[in-house]
Design a protein around this ligand. Structure first.
Ligand SMILES: Cc1cc2nc3c(=O)[nH]c(=O)nc-3n(C[C@H](O)[C@H](O)[C@H](O)COP(=O)(O)OP(=O)(O)OC[C@H]3O[C@@H](n4cnc5c(N)ncnc54)[C@H](O)[C@@H]3O)c2cc1C
Length: 496
């Protein structure tokens, strides 16, 4: 007889785990607090305009083929992927520009104009990353984290050392290129890590490599359409999705999870419970206090969390001739003093920012002749005390003005609709601890066995999936985590 797994939350991690569990023959019921599936990528509608709210960059499309195939489905039957190439246009602090592209000759030609030895340095870096990918992706990023001792195996030391764990992402790229523009071009777009390259682990140099190797993609209809597509696939495989169904607590019998209780008091018995809700937020709210183990407020107060993001979603009555993805890397990204490195203060003079103009690839998000714009500025998480109710209007005005730097001239007069997210929105409406949207920071001390485990240490039959567990925040890594969560559930339950 198949066994019932209850899933709390339907962000990317919950969607992927549900589909895999259904493929394994489990019965699955999912309880999502919001009125739509997708979590941070659920999207929003403002009048006649449709927006993505979280991810805009899809890497390694093969992970999605594999995910749908795990349930016996074909990804292309549910969602179309479109390649975006050149995939990011960067404007630097010194008014130089670079188009990142998978066409390596075109890329090398651009950087060769900066310094004649850079194309050769780039080829060397690619060779090194090809090897790091071989050595590291499958055994480390794709597999569950082991215990610290589990990594201390003599035969694995050479592979481990090839990642130079003593280096930051910044040091990794500086040693390879010695040119700050290229260093930040390749390290900063790893923005879903939400931290400065001088603080994040060098292993994430794999991300820009994977973009070069496999390209950057856009799901047709946006990431909200990807979320909906996964939701449809789950229902096609017999999974039951309950929207507007916030979970109040995980039900325990002794030390074992036996179901969940909804905010409205209904109780649902289950053989296993998988929680996709934000780890720091959920462990302190829906897990009974007696079974939280070390995960107390004091524990999280000592941890480093990522920045948050200020978001503008603008519906425009015109179209611009600009690329899909652009980043403005201001002089401030190079500063290595505290508020700039750890995003502990709001940058009100020259912040870096990212814009997504999906109209460059498809026009379905807005009426004919109109377009939409998604703007993301890294900002402090709520622990740093910015008063957004006082500041959001002036910051919005400042950001709209800055957008001219990336080709959005006369923007103000073309805005038809607008909505904004601050760190408070992420915390209050998306249930994200501190509004730190990229989760626990990705420092070496908060990676692998130092991230929360997939299998709860204190509660039998309770599992976690999402950006907090190994290997970390970002769709690609969360899809890997989901594979492991589904494997653990299958290993522990019979008949699923
Ligand atoms: C602005 C932004 C830009 C990003 N850009 C990229 C990108 O380009 N590429 C990329 O790969 N990644 C990107 N990311 C990261 C990626 O979106 C996140 O890592 C990912 O969405 C986190 O997914 P998750 O599975 O942890 O769950 P979440 O998305 O956090 O979903 C958790 C779900 O649980 C629900 N929930 C919470 N509490 C309860 C409860 N008590 N009961 C029921 N349900 C509950 C929530 O409503 C939510 O739907 C971006 C993120 C943001 C915010």
């Amino acid at each position: 007889m198949s066994q019932l797994v209850a899933i709390v939350g339907l962000g990317p991690g919950g969607l992927a785990t549900a589909l895999r569990l259904l493929g394994q023959g489990c019965e699955v019921e999912i309880f999502e607090a919001a009125d739509r599936v997708g979590g941070r990528m659920r999207g929003l509608q403002d009048g006649a305009y449709h927006f993505d709210t979280g991810p805009t960059i899809l890497q390694m499309p093969q992970l999605y083929e594999d995910l749908f195939a795990s349930a016996g489905l074909n990804r292309a039957d549910y969602i179309e992927f479109q390649r975006v190439d050149p995939y990011t246009r960067l404007r630097f602090w010194d008014d130089t520009w670079l188009d990142l592209t998978t066409d390596r000759d075109a890329l090398k030609q651009q950087i060769g104009e900066w310094r004649s030895d850079l194309p050769e340095a780039f080829d060397q870096w690619v060779k090194r990353l090809e090897r790091m990918y071989e050595l590291g992706y499958e055994p480390y990023l794709s597999q569950p984290a082991r215990s610290l001792l589990g990594y201390a195996r003599l035969d694995e030391i050479p592979a481990f050392l090839s990642f130079k764990p003593w280096e930051s992402l910044y040091q990794h790229f500086w040693k390879a290129f010695g040119d700050d523009r290229l260093v930040y071009a390749l390290s900063y777009p790893a923005k879903y890590l939400g931290m400065h390259p001088t603080l994040s682990a060098s292993v994430f140099s794999l991300i820009p490599y994977l973009e070069l190797a496999y390209g950057v993609w856009h799901p047709k209809g946006g990431f909200r359409a990807l979320a909906q597509a996964l939701g449809r696939a789950i229902e096609d495989k017999g999974g039951k999705i309950h929207l507007n169904s916030p979970v109040r607590q995980v039900l325990l019998k002794g030390d074992k999870a036996v179901g969940i209780e909804l905010e409205d008091g209904r109780q649902i018995a289950a053989d296993a419970v998988v929680v996709n809700a934000d780890f720091a937020q959920a462990v302190q709210s829906i897990v009974p206090e007696s079974h939280r183990g070390k995960y107390t407020k004091a524990f999280f107060d000592k941890k480093q969390f990522s920045c948050s993001t200020f978001m503008l979603h603008l519906g425009l009555d015109k179209q611009y001739d600009v690329p899909h993805h652009q980043i403005y890397l201001s002089e401030h990204v190079r500063r290595k003093d505290k508020p700039f490195v750890d995003d502990s203060a709001l940058d009100e003079t020259d912040p870096p920012f990212y814009v997504c103009y999906p109209g460059a690839t498809e026009t379905s998000a807005a009426p004919a002749g109109h377009s939409t714009l998604y703007v993301l500025v890294p900002i402090p998480h709520t622990g740093h005390g910015v008063n957004w109710s006082e500041q959001q209007q002036s910051y919005r005005d400042f950001v709209v003005q800055q957008l001219a730097l990336l080709g959005f001239e006369d923007l103000e007069q073309h805005i038809v609709t607008e909505s904004l997210h601050t760190a408070d929105t992420w915390q209050d409406d998306y249930f994200v601890h501190l509004g730190a949207v990229f989760n626990l920071s990705h420092t070496w001390l908060q990676m692998g066995p130092m991230r929360p485990p997939i299998r709860s240490e204190k509660v039998e039959s309770l599992y976690w999936v999402g950006g907090a567990v190994h290997p970390g925040s970002g769709l690609m890594t969360i899809l890997e985590a989901a594979k492991n969560t589904a494997k653990f559930v299958a290993a522990d339950l019979t008949g699923c």
